[in-house]
Design a protein around this ligand. Sequence first.
Ligand code: PRP
Ligand code: URA
Length: 209
Amino acid sequence: MSNITIFNHPLISHKVALLRDKNTDTKQFRELVTEITLLMAYEAFRDMPTVEKIVETPLEKCVQRVVTENSIAIIPVLRAGLGMVEGILSHFPMAKVGHIGLYRDHEKLEPREYYCKLPENIDKKVCLIVDPMLATGGSANAAIALLKERNCTHIKLMNIICAPEGINAVHTAHPDVQIYCATMDRELNENGYILPGLGDAGDRIFGTK
Ligand code: PRP
Ligand code: URA
């Protein structure tokens, strides 16, 4: 399917293995989420808007492309998406951050919105939605819909683990959205958890269980 990048890169795969391990503690889990996000960000940012800038080296002036000011918004889906923000900001401090709060209703697995705060002029920015898990795709589709309601046209979605069901749901509803995912797992279980997955990403990032 076009617009979908599943990395399956040895370095990323190595870190995903550590992330899945039930013996990985909260601190290491958070560090791994940051590292994997950064490795994926190189690809996701490949087509970011740039402008030419004149730079003076110790030897001479040259023209170098730099990322356009105010062109990027990182949108974590609360809670677990928060774990993917810090790494990107450490490399792209000029990025603005918006927050979308969604939780899955445990019975129907449908997303419920409880918070939405987005940067000004969000419709002019490249919006990178981040969330470690893409399971049924309900949360991602709801986040994308919130951005489209605000006239955003350049939307990307970055996940660490996706289920085939989630990828299909997002790609079908929003074929224009570019999806980046470290790895694709086998399936969802009856509770909407990804198998083999890593468990509940929010709980593992914030140590709530
Ligand atoms: C998790 C995850 C995604 C969502 C994915 O969040 O971080 O947002 O589930 O599932 P879906 O693709 O079926 O919608 P959760 O609802 O557990 O909330 P939390 O981050 O607050 O724990
Ligand atoms: N959310 C998670 O945190 N984990 C899953 O496996 C599915 C949704």
